[in-house]
Structure formats: C-alpha cells, structure tokens
Design a protein around this ligand. Structure first.
Ligand SMILES: [Ca+2]
Ligand SMILES: [Ca+2]
Ligand SMILES: [Ca+2]
Ligand SMILES: [Ca+2]
Length: 304
C-alpha cells in the first residue's frame, strides 16, 4: 500500500526558486521567499507551542498492552488528559544547520519513543520504514505509508533525514519472514520529528499535498532496516563522499561541476569513472590508489 511519497522530492532542489503570481497584464510578478533566519524563529515558536500543549501515548510505550502496535499517537493536554506530561519534557533537540543559509541553525526536536536494537543509518544511507506526516497547522495527514517503504535518506526532507539517523532499526535476529510474504520486525526504532519549514519544504511545498508555504511538519516513523548508500554506484560508499566530514552530502563537489560527489560517477571530472579509479581488495574493502604519489587518490585527482 504505497501512497504518494511526496517527501521523496527533496526540498533543496526547489528552495531557491521563486514562486510567482499572475499580474493583470498577463505578466508574472515574482515574490521572493521569506528570510530564512526570520522564518526559523517563527517556526520554532510554532513547534514549541505544539510540544507544550500536546502529549503522546507514553504510558503505552512504558508498559505496552497486549498487541500494542508501537504507533505514536498525539493528543491535546486538556480535560481528562490535563495532567499528562507534555512532549516538551520528553523530546531531545539537535542543532541542525540550514542547507542554504549557513548562518541559520535550528533546534530540531526529536521524540525517541523507542531507540531500536538494530543498526543505525548514516545520513546517506537507505532506510526501510513506515511513516505518517502531518502539518502542525491543521493536524491533518498529508502523506503516510503503513507498509514498509525504503527511503533514500538523501532524497527526503533534511529534517526527517537528520532525525532518522538518531535511531536504530529492528533487531535483525528477531526479524521473521512470514508465509504470506510480509516481514515481522521486532524491537524497531519508533520516533517523531518536529520539523521547521526550513528543514522541510519552506516556500516550495509539493503541489496538491495539503502542505502550505512555510508549514511546520511532524513525522512519526518506525525504522526497520538500514542499507548502506552508494547512490552513484561508483564503489565509494556515500559516507566517504562527504569529504569535509560535516554530515552533509550536498556540499562536496571535487570537480565543481555542480553534481555533488555522492551522485557523481566521475568525481574529479577527468573522464575516467571513479569505479575504475578505485579497487577492491579480496575482502571487499576499497583501496584508494594514488599513482603519482601526491597524496590525492586517483579518483579525486584530475591529472592522474
Ligand atoms: Ca559534506
Ligand atoms: Ca562519486
Ligand atoms: Ca575520474
Ligand atoms: Ca594522486
């Protein structure tokens, strides 16, 4: 039951585009997007208000009832639930840099309902998960998949990418293949990410998805399995293509061709594919050859 994976469209691609409106004379007026730093402040205020006024079913997670599905459910702190512990006291926060304006930093709030017992993904890995996305503005689901789907973490909004890497997948020793083809996962990670617009879609939400400009988003997810990412299949796993080691895959581009190394099959732009300029040893470990001994491996060295 795979629904529209709107969040698979990375927000960064369109983030620099201006949106436009028609003028009477048929011309097009462009409205510049809002200032990212100012928007970050408003986004954080929206998110904190939500976290202070809502709780999740932590009692079920603390002592799971028979057949509990380990799904996070939020509700308002009011009436019978007036004494519940607010999310604000249960989340952790992570400082995340804006991908466009390097002076802007966000506190990304993350709820760790359950850490998970399996492997943890790195930022350019692939993650098998199920998820639900809502907007803080109207609490309505804009995208969800109950069945496990595989995300390339480099292709989803940065807020969700940054949150998922804080979790672990299911215990692989307890994973069972069922006769009907489905898989049962146990001890998987369960979490939620409270995502400011700047780490979501900002001024460029996917059309028809029910997301408005500058919406703050909440994703709840269950993380099941992790695969190591090598997006360009050049033999250099994508964690190693993060040359400046800042946990961001988009800002490493050795040959300056506008295609970051993790999706560039010829990283130094010398016409020889990276897959030819590196070798694997008998154990499958990558060997970075350096023919001219200048300290720069061949795949990053345009003159060798
Ligand atoms: Ca980087
Ligand atoms: Ca590459
Ligand atoms: Ca090359
Ligand atoms: Ca060299």
């Amino acid at each position: 039951m795979r629904k529209n994976n709107f969040i698979l469209f990375t927000a960064l691609v369109g983030a620099l585009l201006l949106f436009s409106c028609k003028k009477d004379d048929g011309g097009v007026d462009t409205i510049p997007p809002r200032d990212r730093g100012e928007e970050a402040i408003e986004a954080e205020a929206d998110i904190i208000t939500y976290l202070e006024t809502h709780f999740y079913n932590y009692e079920e997670f603390n002592s799971p009832p028979e057949g509990f599905d380990y799904t996070i459910r939020f509700d308002t702190i009011a009436g019978d639930n007036a004494n519940k512990t607010p999310l604000m006291e249960q989340v952790v926060s992570k400082s995340v840099q804006d991908r466009i304006d390097e002076d802007v930093f966000y506190d990304l709030y993350i709820l760790k309902a359950r850490q998970g017992e399996g492997k943890s993904p790195n930022f350019p890995d692939l993650a098998v998960n199920s998820y639900t996305g809502i907007t803080i503005r109207n609490n309505e689901v804009f995208d969800a998949s109950i069945s496990p789907v595989k995300f390339d973490l480099t292709q989803i909004i940065n807020g969700l990418q940054e949150a998922m890497i804080e979790f672990n997948g299911a215990d692989p020793e307890l994973t069972e293949q069922n006769p009907d083809g489905t898989i049962t996962f146990k001890d998987f990670g369960v979490g939620a990410a409270f995502i400011p617009s700047g780490l979501g879609y900002f001024s460029n939400p996917p059309l028809g998805a029910g997301i408005q400009l500058y919406d703050q988003l909440i994703f709840t997810f269950k993380l099941y399995e992790v695969e190591i990412g090598d997006q360009d299949e050049d033999g250099v796993v994508s964690t190693l293509e993060d040359l400046n080691d800042n946990g961001i895959e988009e800002d490493d581009d050795t040959d300056g061709d506008g295609v970051p190394n993790y999706i560039d099959g010829d990283d130094d732009g010398d016409g020889v594919p990276t897959s030819v300029e590196v070798e694997l040893d008998d154990d499958g470990n990558i060997i970075f050859m350096d023919s001219d001994n200048d300290g720069i491996p061949n795949y990053l060295d345009s003159d060798s």
